[in-house]
Design a protein around this ligand. Structure first.
Ligand SMILES: NC(=O)c1ccc[n+]([C@@H]2O[C@H](COP(=O)([O-])OP(=O)(O)OC[C@H]3O[C@@H](n4cnc5c(N)ncnc54)[C@H](O)[C@@H]3O)[C@@H](O)[C@H]2O)c1
Length: 368
């Protein structure tokens, strides 16, 4: 069935509030975060859900005041029948491209969860389609809305860091292989911790650096724990080790057109003291780190550490509120988004290049 629908212009009458009619494709864990924020907004109405499995949708019907008849196991049917103005794509990575393309073609604006897609080819196609159908496409990168990211980003943009030379990005879990979903299955996710959690720290660091163009990467991936049964106690014990075919640890080094280098480490399982979620940047005039937010500079012949005494939205609730509001205001009021699809594509190219290099034994790979 084609998801193409004719849609009437639904401009509100003068003085009437604009309302964005939203739907979710994929109604699992992260859809809750989207729906919870949409539900708080007076200019948004949640109209429906689509998920191949009924159960996760039914759990949300009462909470979000939906009709069971507005829950669809076929997302194309949902798009055709409900004609949402905007869609949150919250399905596993392997379905992002297909879901986003169908939603865009149906006339809806789209916010797609991270990572944007399985690879840069898919991501580029999503951007081309959004342009062709003149719909908005936003990537769900919530960490760039964090007050710590914005504190550093503004300083970099003002030139306080001088020329950025080097960044170190870490998204490391000591033992945090997800025991739900399909996070251990390469064919459905595109990879393991690099694409699943490395993407978070990579995107925020890249955003803080001013989104420089990546030109080359080297990397390697290692699997040594996730594909084996384990009796070690850990936060998410009992993952599906029999279908696990992604890396436990991925490392990469990315080179940018402006000469800066970025080192990234991402793990679901690594022999380290504790989990790390952070990045640091070194520039010619100053450096900085994300957590705790701090700028390292020289002032009046002294080395000084500058930390904000208050960081707005430096927490999970704040970044989700900002991320979802950004999307809604982009769609309804044409405000610029902080998380454009073009940034998602650049991040995807870096992830692809690290994985490609790993598949070639760590050889350098060019990024176009
Ligand atoms: N931004 C964040 O912090 C964050 C956190 C977790 C997950 N995510 C992303 O959100 C996405 C979903 O992750 P999750 O944790 O909600 O997983 P999940 O397994 O809890 O939910 C995924 C849902 O999608 C449904 N689904 C499966 N195949 C589908 C298809 N072809 N079309 C539509 N729906 C389909 C599943 O039935 C399930 O209900 C992933 O891309 C993940 O990377 C983002």
């Amino acid at each position: 069935m084609s998801a193409k629908v004719s849609r009437k212009k639904s401009s509100p009458a003068k003085g009437e509030q604009k309302v964005l009619r939203v739907a979710c494709i994929g109604a699992g864990g992260i859809a809750n975060a989207h729906l919870a924020e949409f539900a708080k907004m007076s200019d948004v109405k949640i109209v429906g859900l689509a998920d191949p499995i009924k159960d996760p949708m039914l759990k949300k019907v009462e909470q979000y005041k939906l009709e069971e008849s507005n829950c669809f196991t076929d997302y194309r049917e949902m798009l055709a029948k409900l004609k949402p103005d905007a869609v949150s794509v919250c399905s596993p990575n392997g379905a992002h491209e297909e879901n986003a393309l169908a939603a865009l073609e149906s006339g809806a604006h789209v916010i797609v969860e991270k990572p944007m897609a399985m690879n840069a080819v898919q991501a580029a196609k999503m951007i081309q389609t959004a342009k062709r159908v003149k719909r908005k496409l936003v990537i769900g990168f919530q960490y760039r809305y964090d007050g710590r990211s914005l504190f550093l980003r503004n300083a970099v943009a003002k030139g306080d860091f001088g020329k950025i030379l080097y960044a170190r990005v870490q998204a490391l879990r000591r033992r945090g292989i997800p025991n739900w979903g399909v996070f251990g299955r390469k064919e459905l996710q595109g990879g393991g911790p690099m694409i699943d959690i490395g993407v978070h720290c990579l995107e925020m660091c890249h955003f803080v650096m001013g989104s420089p163009k990546p030109v080359a990467a080297v990397g390697n991936c290692y699997t040594y724990l996730g594909d084996k049964a384990s009796s070690t106690k850990s936060q998410w014990a009992g993952w599906d080790w029999k279908t696990y075919n992604v890396e436990d640890l991925a490392v990469g080094m990315i080179r940018f057109e402006n000469g800066a280098m970025l080192n990234i480490e991402a793990s679901f399982a690594a022999h380290i003291e504790k989990d790390v979620w952070n990045f640091g940047i070194m520039g010619t005039k100053a450096g900085g780190q994300w957590d705790p937010a701090m700028i390292f500079a020289d002032q009046n012949d002294h080395m000084v550490n500058i930390s904000p005494s208050y960081v707005p939205d430096g927490n999970w609730a704040g970044i989700w509120r900002s991320k979802m509001r950004d999307f809604v205001e982009h769609c309804l009021y044409n405000k610029a988004t902080l998380s454009p699809a073009e940034d998602g594509l650049m991040v995807q190219k870096m992830l692809d290049a690290v994985y490609e290099s790993a598949s070639k034994g760590g050889k350098e790979v060019a990024i176009d």
